[in-house]
Design a protein around this ligand. Structure first.
Ligand code: NAD
Length: 352
């Protein structure tokens, strides 16, 4: 065994079916008596219903969370935190809602309970990406890490198939990069392999039957494992590219990850043979980049960034930005090769 460093993030995880009924109990454990519940506008009704589990501890609902955590939305929510005298936040939804809860916790150190309804994995990380004046800035801080995650499989049953597929691929991307991370360690690599295998098994079954509880449960379990990977070791080229492209062209988060991942993996394939062998095993394929492409495309995901809103003349500026302040990557960044990579993701070409 080679030497390694492992940093475990603290946090309580409750996983199962019908677990939202334990929300009041969990708020009580945190000593919270005035809980602010957060959601997107689309999930306001669901959040209001779940808030009933808080009983008299429910202080109010803020249903305006938005993608990429804009700071003006956070400022608006902060006014409600103060008016209500909130002493905890409960985020019910995907990464957008979790982002708002984290932004509030970063400013106030209030404890957070997250009830995830997608596979984004933000609930398991001390990372927050906030957007101000069109620029997304990422920070990491112990205050940002949620205290409690309440995974309830029942709440994921309504996640549309298309979003289930891309959100699942977004989760897989975290684990892929964890396997070739500079800080890779044996515990996180185990979680990465297990998370990828669970999602690769679950996503086709969800596509066939979105009401398949076993598949939904496997996907949520995989999403948690992949989220832990994201929160524990540094990410590389794939996440840097998505951060750049998302910020520059406001592309939808999970679909963008899905389209870029096979090409980022193809770029790194030869430089990370041990990770690729583990990935191939987890995915049950011989070529990882092609396997990831075929998995997502076979489930109906759009594999071309041009279909997600990226302009054709955006390839070069994106490479320029990705090369500046580059993350560590197993293969050094090469301008020409990156242009090819983004060009292929733009067009949706199969790697190989
Ligand atoms: P999202 O939270 O924006 O959700 C997408 C849409 O799906 C929303 O309208 C939401 O209300 C709806 N939705 C969510 N769950 C549903 C369900 N079960 N049934 C029906 N509708 C549902 O999407 P996302 O991909 O989960 O999150 C993306 C955001 O999360 C981005 O801003 C990204 O940067 C951030 N993120 C952050 C981290 C981190 O560690 N900081 C990790 C991953 C993602």
């Amino acid at each position: 065994m080679d030497g390694f460093v492992y940093n475990g993030n603290p946090g309580r995880v409750i996983f199962g079916s019908g677990t939202v009924s334990r929300l009041g109990e969990e708020a009580e454990k945190l000593g919270a008596s005035r809980v602010l519940v957060l959601s997107t506008p689309e999930q306001a009704g669901q959040a209001q219903a779940i808030a009933g589990n808080l009983g008299k501890r429910f202080a109010g609902l803020y249903p305006n969370a938005r993608m990429h955590t804009p700071t003006d939305v956070t400022a608006d929510a902060m006014r409600l935190v103060e008016t209500l005298g909130a002493d905890a936040v409960v985020s019910i939804g995907g990464g957008s809602t979790t982002g708002l809860g984290k932004a509030i916790a970063f400013r106030t150190d209030l404890p957070q309970i997250v009830v995830p309804t997608t596979y984004a994995g933000s609930e398991a990380t001390p990372i927050l990406g906030e957007t101000e004046n069109g620029r997304k800035v990422t920070k990491s801080d112990p205050r940002i890490l949620p205290e409690v995650i309440l995974y309830d499989v029942e709440l994921t049953m309504t996640l549309p198939v298309a979003l289930s597929v891309t959100s699942g691929m977004n989760a897989i991307a975290h684990a892929v990069e964890a396997l070739y991370a500079r800080e890779a360690n044996p515990i996180i690599s185990l979680m990465a392999e297990e998370g990828i295998a669970a999602l690769a098994r679950a996503l086709p079954a969800i596509k066939t039957d979105p009401g398949d509880v076993t598949a939904r449960s496997d996907a949520l379990y995989g999403a948690w494992l992949c989220g832990v990977c994201l929160g524990s070791v540094g990410m590389a080229l794939h996440h840097k590219l998505c951060h750049t492209l998302g910020g520059m062209f406001n592309l939808p988060h999970a679909p963008m990850h899905t389209a870029v991942l096979p090409h980022a993996v193809a770029y790194n394939e030869a430089a990370a043979p041990v990770a690729m062998a583990r990935l191939a095993k987890a995915l049950g394929v011989t070529d990882v980049a092609e396997g990831l492409y075929d998995l997502a495309a076979g489930l109906g995901a759009s594999m071309a960034l041009k279909d997600l809103g990226m302009p054709e003349d955006g390839v070069r500026p994106a490479v320029e930005q990705a090369m500046s302040n580059a993350y560590w990557n197993p293969r050094p960044l090469d301008r020409e090769a990156l242009e090819t990579l983004i060009g292929r993701a733009y067009a949706g070409t199969r790697p190989g």
